[in-house]
Design a protein around this ligand. Structure first.
Ligand SMILES: NC(=O)c1ccc[n+]([C@@H]2O[C@H](COP(=O)([O-])OP(=O)(O)OC[C@H]3O[C@@H](n4cnc5c(N)ncnc54)[C@H](OP(=O)(O)O)[C@@H]3O)[C@@H](O)[C@H]2O)c1
Length: 393
């Protein structure tokens, strides 16, 4: 079965991109199902039908974009950053908001921030009351001299987010950066997902992100880092909703950086597709973890490597980066394959211009000939198909 989803390519087309990650997950859960997410800036005439027809001949390609009659496919390339290129994003007297800040990664980064900068203010948020253990961890952060507060705020509630941002600015005079780590998983196969599960997973990463962005639109942030997951970039069985939520954040980063260019927002947005952290809160079942790791050559991310990765990514000026630790040769082969030639991620981490792809085969041309002689295909339609085919070649 092939499912093709088509989205218009306009200024806000990223709002649909979570569906691409959902389709990638579907493919992993049901190997006989193929999914394609296709964006087009022009669907006039027969373009839509003929492009869909052509893409159906290459169902393994999950993300395709047509812009100005050119065809692009999504891909990854390795960021060539040296070990020395680190950008420490936090500064003395800085005020930072960490959503999901009392979670595992929130506290790991809070600890890192207070170890780098003495005079710092951290506002950690979550929906729940703090446990005794979390209270102890926050007390330790304060021992270093930092001002640390915890606010019970559900980021999916717009008014609560507005009130939080207003009170932070009123109390501390500014807000310099945001680490958006709020998130939940509700793992189950796509066939079994309930509406309630879907919404609870999408809420913090989709609505929560939009609310935070809007509430801070006039604030001169230095950065807005989004804690996404490799599920968003590659899909993950049992996590169709989580993959979609993270993929939304990935495209939001590029959308928001576009607004920064227009001076409608402030601060670099980066979406980081994290793998499983050794000390993270979101864990997988042990047997699933071992199996997936072995298949992909992936290892759990060590804390020091993860922190360093964020500093490296921040120095690279990209919208989105995926972090992986493990067998690099295997990871390169799986992610940066030859048929997806490298793009310069530094130029925006956008979609990749396809330069290496299959040539149409003889059967394809025979099929076209038959369609022309039977009158099913007009001259204009043939021209469109040949244009697409030559781009693919
Ligand atoms: N840990 C990993 O290995 C890993 C891997 C890839 C990506 N990530 C991403 O990194 C982020 C942090 O992960 P983690 O391991 O620290 O997870 P975690 O320990 O479960 O922490 C996530 C926090 O988000 C908060 N949260 C959830 N929904 C919220 C909402 N609507 N409003 C406000 N807060 C909310 C939760 O607190 P309450 O329940 O109190 O609200 C929780 O403390 C997540 O977004 C996750 O997707 C983590």
């Amino acid at each position: 079965m092939l499912i093709q989803m088509v989205a218009p390519l306009d200024g806000e087309s990223g709002r649909f991109s979570g569906l691409a990650a959902m389709l990638k997950t579907l493919r992993l859960e049901h190997p006989k199902c193929y999914g394609q997410f296709i964006e087009m800036d022009d669907m006039a005439g027969d373009k839509l039908a003929y492009r869909l027809h052509n893409e159906s001949r290459n169902p393994e390609e999950p993300m395709i974009r047509y812009r100005h009659d050119e065809r692009f496919i999504a891909g990854w390339s390795e960021l060539g950053i040296s070990q020395e290129e680190l950008h420490i994003s936090w500064k003395e007297h800085g005020v930072y908001l960490l959503t999901g800040g009392a979670g595992s990664l929130g506290l790991i980064f809070a600890e890192e921030m207070v170890s780098q900068v003495r005079q710092i203010t951290l506002i950690l948020t979550g929906r729940s009351q703090l446990t005794l253990h979390q209270q102890g961890q926050i007390a330790e952060l304060r021992n270093s001299g930092a001002r640390v507060s915890y606010e019970q705020v559900d980021v999916s509630d717009k008014e609560s987010v507005n009130r939080l941002i207003q009170s932070v600015v009123a109390q501390y005079g500014s807000l310099n950066g945001i680490l958006h780590g709020a998130g939940v998983c509700r793992d189950s196969f796509l066939m079994k997902k309930t509406r309630e599960e879907l919404h609870s997973v999408l809420d913090p990463k989709v609505n929560g992100l939009v609310h935070l962005d809007q509430a801070t639109r006039g604030i001169r942030l230095d950065f807005f880092y989004l804690f996404s997951s490799i599920a968003g970039s590659l899909g993950n069985p049992g996590q169709a909703d989580y993959a979609a939520a993270n993929a939304f954040m990935d495209s939001f980063a590029s959308y928001r950086n576009g607004l920064v260019m227009k001076k409608e927002r402030y601060g670099q947005t980066i979406s980081v597709n994290w793998p499983l952290w050794q000390e993270g809160g979101m864990q997988m079942d042990e047997s699933v973890r071992r199996q997936r790791m072995e298949q992909a050559g992936m290892a759990m991310l060590r804390t020091d490597k993860g922190i360093r990765a964020l500093y490296q990514i921040a120095s690279a000026g990209v919208d989105q980066a995926m972090v992986m630790e493990g067998n690099t040769a295997q990871l390169r082969a799986a992610v940066c394959s030859d048929r997806r030639p490298a793009i310069d991620v530094k130029s925006g981490g956008d979609l990749l211009h396809s330069s290496a792809s299959e040539m149409p085969d003889d059967a394809f041309f025979l099929h076209l000939t038959q369609q022309i002689s039977s009158g099913e295909l007009s001259e204009e339609q043939l021209a469109e198909i040949l244009k697409v085919s030559s781009m693919r070649g």
